[in-house]
Design a protein around this ligand. Structure first.
Ligand code: ATP
Length: 232
């Protein structure tokens, strides 16, 4: 579970990126985080992943209190998260299989666990036939699916995706969102930051809208400035 209480984030130069954000995300929820440029979405992702610390307020992520987390606990908290970046961040000199094995090895998985888990996750994202391809041999949509497979490989309880459809054409973007919905239906909490409002509208999920560092709307099935709960 993710819990934010009166969270503020002020950067060193005095910019207040978040101004008193409170929000709960239950286990198993699917949440879109939307808002105009500069509204604080990336800052929120950085806080959730422990990349930066909030300057006021309280945060709990999957049982860890981020406001007083130790250096020893931070990697353990991060293991509960699978993070999907817009620019994929795959290792180009490794095959798809090796990219995934690398991440499993980092948490001490055995060869046997890898041989079982990697084909399962590749099948889930529809890439079972690309295990031995290199990232440069894949389309943008396929590379993004490898990035999703990598985020899932260590079975995190929460997936956090930062603009995952940013580099994809509309059809691929829709497929990718459907894949995230499928992953969510298998029990993983999913938080997606996106600009793709048209896509968000199609799914009828919870939508949290940020504006100038504040939550201005938190509804199921729509976003502020367009349709809310299916009504205009
Ligand atoms: N490292 C930083 N130092 C100072 N100010 C920052 C820093 N990163 C972001 N900001 C500022 O914080 C505010 C929120 O930025 P943030 O990147 O979180 O917005 P965003 O909603 O993700 O925007 P976009 O959709 O354009 O990516 C902006 O005013 C931005 O200029």
């Amino acid at each position: 579970m993710i819990k934010l209480k009166d969270v503020e984030m002020e950067y060193d130069n005095g910019t207040k990126a978040l101004r008193g954000v409170s929000m709960d995300i239950e286990d198993g929820e699917f949440v879109f985080l939307v808002g105009p440029s500069g509204s604080g979405k990336s800052t929120m992702i950085k806080l959730l992943t422990g990349e930066v610390e909030c300057t006021a307020g309280k945060m709990m992520i999957n049982g860890f209190s981020l406001t007083r987390i130790s250096d020893r606990q931070l990697p353990l908290m991060r293991r509960t998260l699978g993070i999907i970046f817009q620019d994929f961040r795959l290792i180009e000199k490794k095959t798809v299989y090796e990219n995934l094995a690398f991440v499993m090895r980092a948490v001490g998985a055995s060869q046997r666990e890898m041989v079982e888990r990697i084909p399962y996750v590749l099948k889930l994202v529809g890439l079972e036939r690309k295990a031995h391809s290199f990232p440069t041999e894949l389309s943008g949509g396929e590379q993004q699916r490898v990035a999703i497979a990598r985020a899932l490989i260590n079975n995190p309880s929460t997936i956090i995706a930062d603009e995952p459809t940013g580099n994809l054409d509309p059809e691929r973007a829709l497929d990718l969102m459907k894949l995230l919905v499928k992953i969510n239906s298998l029990g993983t909490t999913v938080v997606v930051v996106t600009h793709a409002k048209a896509l968000v509208d199609r799914f009828g999920k919870r939508v949290v809208t940020l504006q100038t560092g504040r939550i201005i709307s938190d509804v199921v099935g729509g976003y502020v400035g367009g349709k809310i709960n299916g009504k205009t």
